[in-house]
Design a protein around this ligand. Structure first.
Ligand SMILES: [Zn+2]
Length: 86
């Protein structure tokens, strides 16, 4: 019996919270877990279109007036990691 390599239970946990993560609604400890998962698992970035969502949020944060500085920093730190795969 072979197990599917993706998604793992860890992926499902991370993706269940990814929208909250992207909107900066998670406590720092939970956000760190998701950031670490996305850093390690490019499948999640692809499957859940996380990168496109981040790009949208970064654009909005860069041009908009409603994004708090903390959200900008959080998104930017993740974007640096995402861009390693480009
Ligand atoms: Zn994953």
């Amino acid at each position: 019996m072979t197990e599917p390599s993706h998604p793992t239970a860890e992926c499902e946990d991370a993706m269940a919270q990814v929208q909250a993560f992207l909107h900066n609604e998670l406590p720092a400890s939970a956000a760190d877990l998701i950031r670490a998962h996305l850093d390690a698992c490019d499948k999640c970035l692809e499957d859940f279109d996380v990168e496109a969502e981040i790009t949208r949020l970064v654009r909005r944060a860069a041009s908009g007036t409603c994004a708090p500085a903390r959200l900008r920093m959080s998104i930017n730190s993740l974007t640096v990691r995402v861009h390693r795969w480009e």
